[in-house]
Design a protein around this ligand. Structure first.
Ligand code: GLU
Length: 609
């Protein structure tokens, strides 16, 4: 059902803001009902690589990491909902069906285009008020082992996803907030088939088995749930009902919040510092997106606290200053070694700057007072000049000196990151959205919270604070930009991206990916493949991956000929193979409408009409 845009929006905007301030139920604003139908989606047979040929649509499309989540978004769009409406429904279903990656216990970044303006909504988690730079140091002052820190109360940041969606929905929602929870509530109450990917993740997971609620729910009788098993989550259904009725306040204050605080503070290995005040005080933020001219396009991405856009665009910008590689793609759409060499060297240089300069902008000043100096073409030309035929090698790329630096930072050593989910949506009203959402590692902090309901199941709490530097300073006592500080947001790599035609201003694509720091490589390469090499969204996502964070190079296992690896090593790249599981989702505009692609490495699909 399509809504008459103007009158409804006028009615909606004022009351929702007022309702939020007064703590009134948002559902009271509802005038239109959205009816969700349970889909007949069979669980997929395997969690390994799946061949996908892409999806063409005419009016709207949604791409998400799980078919049930995509379907919920599709039904919302079909009912005349906006891209933001669909994102709310998708996120709530993901909390249920892809709990290992994202959810109401985590954080997210959302880029939105309403046909005219681009907006960036920041729902990144924050550190509690009572922590300091020593959060992840042990008694001897040494950094904790990553998993010891992650699977504990120490790592849990104040969640931001629900507040962020609420903020975006207050501006761009067309369907009532409460209705958008229908799909997730119904699936949680009636049950859904555990997906192969969730089953595989549960089977290979250890620390979640030590969590009292997590082990009881996901490991009944001590065994991980199998793919295809019907799972109900009554605790999550009850929590979502509360949030549907009362908005984010239901999560940030009262019984659900108290339960979160108790679980974090009372964690069996290491308790965290989150308080009721931290939860009540969380605010999602609207930030200025960074739009960067590149070739015939305007590439708009999220500013710090994520390093995503700045690092992606440094890589693309540096490549622009290097001699053009004649055949970047080999015959069967592999990547040629000369192009890989350039891409990896550009990555080394970009990651050196990332490690030195980028942190929460409310705490860390941009070099020269403006993040865009890191993308200045003259600066990037200078950086490109450091690239030759031989690799700079592991650890060989030093940070540059963009702009006039007010403060000197030490570089942050690399730390592992995993997990996350990406959503791309275009609606029939001319809105486009790219949202990357995370609880950080697979299963986050491995704390399942039932909201104090006492019912089975619940939602997982993030371990986002391990995205901070574990060490606050380097050996010389120089502070690290991304060190832990009270109320600060940890640096991210998430790169939700919207691309526009520079001349017409029309949307060209929406994309993004999970994958820890490698999100940056996955996104940068997909942009080059779609926009420079002319591949369609699916072909672009099918390409093999190659990454470096400045040290060794990793090539996606089994996707490159031995000669490529040898040639890279001959140049000093220190390359080897490993599994690189991206989860790209992309929608591009075509003459006939849209074309969407979903990563063959995960369960994602695109739906639309
Ligand atoms: N926590 C990471 C970030 O915000 C993402 C983790 C992942 O994608 O695996 O950058």
């Amino acid at each position: 059902m399509t809504l008459p845009a103007t009158p409804f929006r006028r009615r909606l905007l004022v009351p929702v803001t007022a309702a939020l301030m007064l703590g009134l139920p948002l559902a009271a604003q509802a005038e239109v009902a959205f009816q969700y139908d349970l889909p007949a989606i069979a669980p997929e047979v395997a969690s390994e690589t799946q061949e996908k040929s892409g999806w063409a649509t005419e009016r709207f499309a949604v791409a998400a990491a799980n078919p049930l989540a995509t379907d919920a978004g599709y039904q919302v769009l079909k009912a005349g909902g906006s891209a933001v409406d669909a994102a709310v429904a998708v996120q709530m279903v993901l909390t249920l069906v892809e709990p290992q990656s994202s959810g109401i216990g985590g954080g997210a970044f959302l880029m939105h285009h309403d046909g005219e303006a681009v907006a960036a909504y920041d729902g990144r988690e924050t550190a509690p008020a009572a922590v300091n730079g020593e959060l992840f140091l042990d008694e001897a002052g040494e950094p904790l082992d990553f998993m010891e820190a992650a699977a504990s109360g120490l790592s849990v940041g104040v969640p931001g996803t629900v507040r962020m969606l609420e903020l975006a929905h207050a501006e761009y929602g067309r369907l009532p907030w409460a209705e958008l929870f229908g799909p997730a509530i119904r699936l949680a109450e009636e049950g859904f088939a555990v997906s192969p990917r969730l089953a595989t993740s549960l089977a290979s997971e250890q620390p979640l088995r030590d969590d009292p609620l997590g082990s009881a729910f996901y490991y009944p009788d001590g065994e991980p749930l199998q793919a295809g098993v019907t799972l109900k989550n009554p605790a999550l259904a009850a929590i979502l009902r509360e949030i549907a009725e009362r908005g984010s306040q239901a999560l940030h204050e009262g019984a659900i919040a108290e339960d979160l605080v108790a679980r974090v503070q009372g964690h069996h290995s290491r308790g965290g510092a989150i308080t009721a005040e931290d939860l009540a005080g969380y605010a999602a933020k609207r930030r200025d997106p960074i739009c960067t001219a590149w070739q015939a396009y305007e590439v708009c991405g999220f500013p710090p606290p994520t390093s995503g856009h700045l690092t992606v665009m440094q890589i693309l910008g540096i490549l622009e200053h290097l001699p053009e590689v004649e055949s970047p793609l080999d015959d069967d759409q592999g990547l040629s070694e000369p192009w890989l060499h350039q891409f990896l060297e550009a990555s080394r240089l970009a990651f050196a700057d990332r490690g030195r300069y980028i942190g929460d902008p409310d705490f860390v000043e941009a070099p020269g007072g403006d993040w865009s100096v890191m993308l200045d073409p003259d600066y990037l030309a200078l950086r490109a000049g450091l690239i030759g035929e031989e690799s700079l090698g592991s650890g060989g790329a030093e940070p540059g000196n963009p702009g006039e630096l007010a403060t000197a930072w030490a570089s942050q050593p690399e730390q592992p990151e995993y997990g996350t989910s990406h959503i791309s949506i275009v609606d029939e009203h001319g809105n486009a959205l790219a949202m990357t959402t995370t609880i950080e590692a697979a299963f986050g902090s491995r704390i399942l919270a039932d909201g104090g309901t006492g019912l089975a199941g619940g939602y997982l709490l993030n371990n986002e604070l391990t995205d901070f530097s574990f060490t606050p300073q380097d050996e010389d006592g120089q502070p690290i930009a991304n060190r832990v500080e009270p109320n600060k947001r940890p640096r991210s790599s998430m790169s939700p991206t919207l691309v526009f035609d520079r001349e017409s201003g029309e949307l060209v694509a929406s994309l993004g990916s999970p994958g820890g720091a490698a999100i940056i490589h996955y996104t940068a390469k997909a942009l080059v493949a779609m926009l420079d090499w002319g591949l369609d969204a699916q072909e672009a996502l099918n390409l093999p991956h190659a990454i470096t964070l400045g040290g060794p190079v990793f090539l996606e296992e089994g996707r490159f000929p031995a000669e490529t690896l040898e040639a890279l090593n001959a140049r000093g790249h220190d390359a080897s193979e490993r599994e690189l599981v991206s989860g790209l989702q992309a929608i591009q505009r075509t003459e006939a409408g849209f074309f969407g692609g979903a990563d063959p490495r995960r369960e994602g699909v695109v739906m639309g009409e």
